[in-house]
Design a protein around this ligand. Sequence first.
Ligand code: 5GP
Ligand code: MG
Ligand code: MG
Length: 179
Amino acid sequence: MLHPDIKEVLYSEEEISAVVKDLGAQLTKEYEGKNPLVIGVLKGAVMFMTDLSRAMNCDLELDFMDVSSYGAGMESSGDVKILKDLDTTVDGRDLLIVEDIIDTGRTLSYLIEIFKYRKAKSIKVVTLMDKKERRVVDLEADYIGINVPNEFVVGYGLDFNEKYRNLPYIGILKTEVYE
Ligand code: 5GP
Ligand code: MG
Ligand code: MG
């Protein structure tokens, strides 16, 4: 049943699943014979990462990084902080950064700089969603699931004030929820 705070479902569970399987197949080819370190950016990318990694038919390792560029609400502060670092050494590794959505691009450009500094062998980015219209940093993901309109979306890992992450679909909130 649809959550009462959701105005509209943009992508259903089935649509998301098809996109994730397709990305998984592409990444299986990309990393054939390699052992990439798949880095999930907490917490938004968790659902996507667990589904995507199961759609990747190759050896890989999982790790997580938690950074914050957003406050409690919907606005990017532009000020990126590491809240949890990787457990794994990046030096010489093939890295796949897994993002839920690229908006301004600030979080990702910060992560890429860190991993270059730490001497990663290669760095690729896969994002479930891309909100190109909002970009302030010149940056492109290597693999993009869905190009989304300039709307604040929730569900499938994405939150508003920590809520709605567990919705199996991606949707937009009714305006009265955040106004
Ligand atoms: P950035 O602006 O740095 O590209 O985006 C950083 C993070 O903000 C994203 O990875 C995501 O977690 C969050 N974010 C960006 N756009 C949205 C959105 O439409 N909905 C939600 N829930 N989070 C978003
Ligand atoms: Mg994110
Ligand atoms: Mg958030």
